[in-house]
Write a protein that binds this ligand. Sequence first.
Ligand code: PGA
Ligand code: ZN
Length: 434
Amino acid sequence: MTAIASTACRRVWDSRGHPTVEVEVTLANGATGRGIAPAGASRGTREAVDLRDGGGRVQGKDVQGALDGVRTRIAPAILGMDPTDQGAVDAAIIALDPSPLKDGLGGNATVATSLAVLHAGAAAQGKPLWRYIADLNGTTPSIPLPEIQIFGGGAHAGRRVDVQDFMVMVPGAADFGEALEVTNEVYFAAGDIMARKGRMAGVADEGGWWPIFDSNEEALETLVAAIELAGEKPGERVVISLDIAASEFGKDGRYRLALEDREMESGALIEMLGGWLDTYPIASIEDPLGEDDPEGMVEFTRQFGSRVQIIGDDYLVTNARLVSEAAEAGACNAVLVKVNQVGTVTEGVAAFSAAREAGYGAVVSARSGETEDVTISHLATGLGCGQLKVGSFTRSERMAKWNESLRIEEAAGSGAFVGGGPLAGTWWGQNDPD
Ligand code: PGA
Ligand code: ZN
């Protein structure tokens, strides 16, 4: 066993230009591991909070307090521990701050450390990270299906449209590389359509086109047109995936669509989204109802759960207990896995395991604030979860993850690509596209 010999940390900057926490762990044999905390903008109220300094400098977002916590509390606690015992290291970190939202140390401090230890463990064993993660968790690696944003919206685009992510998936692709190539064609076809209409205005937070639309439906129509312009038949090789992020525009079962200046109850939102599912080739929908609307989520799942993937993001916040409770109640049928929502790798994997146990799907995901850290590409492959959501097809903090997945696919062999596997039983799997 080679032990953790030292832990260093520093302030680095994320894709929105905000400060974040980087941690570097060095082992006794000289091997190192590094992790960087990402940051969300449309955050669930039950997710781990990032510790930020407040005050007038750098928009109040500095992380000196979080870095102090790594130096003075986390580093001494994990010194000498076995980096390949991720569970024990994470338990030691959690023991320092057992608060449910990790607001003592900050989720940004805990997740960066936990990720650094994960990398160091893989280095200690001389394994590629995805292989190490599979061996650590007893999972079967597979190359995930990418879920890629074409238009940004919601909190990532000044709330220009209510829906946060208009995405495509290519479950009909032969391998990961082909899925990216098809997405590239759709992305630029969408850009052409926007430019022709005089509505090209740059990109949103995750690199998707900035959405100048008169309605959410116009965005959907444009996405279908882009898929066609790319030479594809919507619903065949390419399907649509949406992140409604309804917690951002709803409270206590009442929702306000700002773009259309319309208020509606949960039931009306369910009916509107059901209409979209009937009209467009949508295979997956995330947070269709708000985090505080369990009745709505159960009802939506009851009506549509057999034909579409229903992902809980803000609704489940990568929390194993919430996943199990949702499964019992009949809410959602898949979980978004964002390790920083819960604060450690071990707790993130626990949410994945709870999903597997419940027969739920799982999608490993980036945040809207990202960096060059590519751990999630390895996590999605190593866990064999089947799907990876990273944002769009531009900007290097996104492309770094897609490119890393290409390298992993080359190493693992394209036979490991899951394609439409995880979407069997959904719109794409069940319905005749004609
Ligand atoms: P966030 O958005 O990182 O801003 O929370 C991503 C998502 O909602 O999936
Ligand atoms: Zn989401």
